[in-house]
Design a protein around this ligand. Structure first.
Ligand SMILES: O=C1c2ccccc2C(=O)c2c1cc(NS(=O)(=O)c1ccccc1O)c(O)c2O
Length: 236
């Protein structure tokens, strides 16, 4: 039996402001940092150790991992970073809050987007400074693979290959793996692991800063999964 630990980054500044963040590289708030520290303490208390960790190339996930590993006194753990673990790209919605979104696109459109699996918001324009092609960290990614917007289906389509090529082989080789990522990139991973339908996945919400443990059989099929930590905080 293998164990895999997934964790959504702690609270970020735009989580606090209820803004669509996507690929915008906002940092953790002080609360977010504390959540990451508590998660590391919890993992240590429960005897978890890791041989390899993965994160996206967004600082809110990387810093969450750094803080958690530091509180486990495990900063020596090798870390693999990939754009494929990035949050879903929200296109032109990035930076907007609830009021601005409703005002700009209308409540009806918001409701359609909320429930949709395969509908993407307007993309950022080719020459928009937010286009990932202008960001040095994506320089080695083929331009046709870099999104200017995504629907959840698009996020699944770029996360799953990373699971197949990097995470699953590491687990099969006996490495104990920790992944710190984002709400939708973790949805993508969990959808693939548990075989969740397109309809149901849009309703799955993953709490921030709470380690989620997956026990996998020898074929990496989930046997069970559970959150570490106080269940009330998680259920909230
Ligand atoms: O507009 C969207 C949306 C648009 C495009 C793709 C995905 C989503 C999406 O997944 C979503 C939305 C709104 C809300 N709630 S909200 O309308 O209260 C809201 C709107 C804007 C910013 C933050 C908010 O909390 C959600 O809970 C969502 O999951």
């Amino acid at each position: 039996m293998y164990k895999l630990v997934l964790m959504r980054h702690g609270e970020s500044q735009w989580n606090l402001e209820n803004r669509f963040t996507g690929w915008t590289d906002v940092d953790l708030t002080e609360t977010g940092r504390q959540q990451a520290k508590q998660a590391g303490d919890l993992l240590k208390e429960n005897g978890f150790e890791f041989d390899l960790a993965f994160a996206s190339v967004l600082k809110r996930a990387i810093r969450t991992l750094w803080i958690a590993l530091d509180s486990m006194d495990a900063m020596h753990t090798p870390i693999g970073l990939s754009w494929r673990l990035n949050e879903r790209h929200y296109g032109a919605l990035q930076g907007l809050n609830k009021a601005e979104t409703a005002q700009k696109y209308g409540e009806d459109q918001v409701l359609v987007w909320r429930r949709a699996y395969a509908i993407a918001p307007d993309p950022v324009a080719e020459d928009d400074p937010r286009n990932p092609r202008f960001d040095a960290r994506y320089a080695r990614v083929p331009a046709d693979q870099l999104p200017r917007t995504e629907c959840l289906q698009d996020t699944v389509a770029r996360v799953v290959p990373f699971w197949d090529e990097s995470i699953a082989p590491a687990i099969r080789s006996g490495r104990r793996v920790l992944v710190t990522a984002h709400g939708n990139s973790l949805r993508a991973l969990i959808k693939h692991l548990d075989g969740i339908s397109d309809e149901d996945i849009v309703h799955l919400n993953i709490p921030t800063g709470q380690p989620l443990v997956y026990e996998l059989d020898e074929n990496l099929r989930p046997i069970r999964h559970y959150y570490l930590g106080d269940q009330e905080a998680i259920a909230a």
